[in-house]
Design a protein around this ligand. Sequence first.
Ligand code: G3H
Ligand code: 13P
Ligand code: NA
Ligand code: ZN
Length: 328
Amino acid sequence: ARITLRQLLDHAAEHSYGVPAFNISNMEQGLAIMAAAKACDAPVILQASRGARAYAGDRVLARLIDGLCEMYPEIPVCMHLDHGNNLATCATAIQNGFTSVMMDGSLREDGKTPADYAYNRDITARVVQMAHACGVSVEGELGVLGSLETGMGDQEDGHGATEKLSHDQLLTDPAEAERFVSETGVDALAVAMGTSHGAYKFTRKPDGAILAMHVIEEIHRRLPNTHLVMHGSSSVPEDLQAIINSYGGDIRPTWGVPVEEIQRGIRSGVRKINIDTDNRLAMTAGIRRTLAEEPGEFDPRKYLKAAMALMQKVCEARFEAFGTAGHA
Ligand code: G3H
Ligand code: 13P
Ligand code: NA
Ligand code: ZN
């Protein structure tokens, strides 16, 4: 059944677990995520970016979600817009059946320029007013995602801030977070503490200097009833990097967010954990391996099945690690 982000995260807070929000842009990802949710008896957040909506098309995406919900009526599903950049993107998501939208006003509408507080507050408050009138939840974001090692945003992926950022911009200010939540009425707040999107987050296993989990703990102390969201939370597993690289791929040495750091976040109010890259790596690993081991194979179902199997394993591991399992 379809539920809102607020309903799901309220339940998660009451029972002290976190919920992975997996990005989706095609059928195979949807089938793999839902198979994992079923296997773990877990509720799930499916999220689509603007890029995903453009890739699949809103109509196909909406029917895909309908199909997945009908296929697994026992699994609570929140359908969420990832990184909405203006009122219209959020409105059309709602028209297509999304039960939750993110208004990311930490950046201007171009998705690249850091925004000031007033811009972010005003646009987010307008989206909250509209979405809540429709029974839809809203996630806001305060602080800009990017690397504390380099000060750079998400250039690697072609989205996110493209200018060099200061520590002040890269770390959500806890006092400002308090003000933002009360002035906007968001249901969940994404915070910045050193993670970035994509595979190249850290050049070494992150410690407190480059992954500032203490910022989350401080925000949680001030806002104990606010659901916190971690973006850029793929762990970039070494074994998937190794499979890709041993079958002709070229992933440079890199580190993601260790699962134990996310678990620490969950103890401090993190309820939604955004994961896209790990599933992209899993699918690519499965496809590369199948094509390399069976060069005569040309039925897409063959290598996509391998891709789905690896992706399902990643999703199941996250449901278990975040305590989502058993809460469907
Ligand atoms: O925002 C980051 C998500 O991984 C979505 O990426 O914009 O390439 O679909 P995308
Ligand atoms: P990753 O690139 O770490 O998977 O982050 C995804 C994300 O934050 C989507 O909004
Ligand atoms: Na989001
Ligand atoms: Zn994100």
